[in-house]
Write a protein that binds this ligand. Sequence first.
Ligand SMILES: *Cc1c(COP(=O)(O)O)cnc(C)c1O
Length: 367
Amino acid sequence: MSSFTSSPYWSTGIDALHAYVPGEQPQSGGWVKLNTNECPYPPSPLAIQAIQAATSEQLRLYPDPHGTALKQAIASHFGLGVDHVFLGNGSDEVLGHAFMGLLKHSLPILYPDISYSFYPVYCGLYQIAYQQVPLNVDYCVDVADYRVPNGGIVLPNPNAPTGVALSLEQLRTLLIANRSSVVLIDEAYVDFGAQSAAALIPEFDNLLVVQTFSKSRALAGLRVGFALGHPALIEALARVKDSFNSYPLDRLALAGAQAAIVDQAYFEKITQAVVDSRDWLTAELATLGFQTLPSSANFVFTTHPGHAAADLLAALRARKILVRHFAKPRTHKHLRISVGTRAECEALVAALQHILGASANPQEVSV
Ligand SMILES: *Cc1c(COP(=O)(O)O)cnc(C)c1O
């Protein structure tokens, strides 16, 4: 990051923006990367083939600005009409357009106090008033807490960085109590153990479901996200998009994402492998004395009563293992650890055994 905090050349308000800080992406090799919830497995071979096939002289032409073929593949996957689908350059862009196009009203929007840290950034960018609703003592969302007048509701399901999921029935209760504002469910991690609210779209014209190809489809580098909802909601997103960038998805992204969503067998294989490793890792962490929230995602949120999370992060880093720590009031005791391959999970557990063992025994040198 540069050291400039303001400049007379900047537009009004830019010096007050608090931009999102993504997790570290080391540009050298040799790291066990368990810090940004990427998929530890490669994308579908069919997606790679489709991207290679699209790498042709056709790149001189603009892509389809509507991404119709990909929209059709997504719509048929969810049993919805093409007019219920919106595409964006990663779900972060879809979320940004939704904040601007659907969530700016006179009343503040609501989202949990522990949640995706991009939400306050969009609120700052678009000048949207918000109110954070505290998770309960078990770090769960209580949908009854959202029964207050609001300008919209944003919930990740499963929540990030806790990994805890709401059931479809709890979401239905929330939607019934909030028919007059938009309810946005951010389903970045839904494929690892929660039920998609997409099934509720025919019942609720105020429901917007946002998903991504970055996690369960192993395509974080391709930048493809999408929203599902009533065509009137989709139209607001399309207007914002076409006022900003008419071609957010390039030809390679459109081709790769379409092949990935069609390859259901591969998708099921890699998500099941992640779920199995998550359950193995959770049990191993318990043996080491960690307390882990029940995760329906591809990461775990875990705390050790005898060790500061920031110290564990530093000790793991010294062993070339990256995990994530959020130095905020209710999260500073926890680490968020992405589920890697089984070998990566084993390397993490072995490192933690050494770190915890070393600090229990002062004769050994700790890192
Ligand atoms: C990863 C993530 C996203 C963004 O994913 P993209 O790579 O931009 O598609 C959105 N919401 C949550 C909660 C996430 O963790």
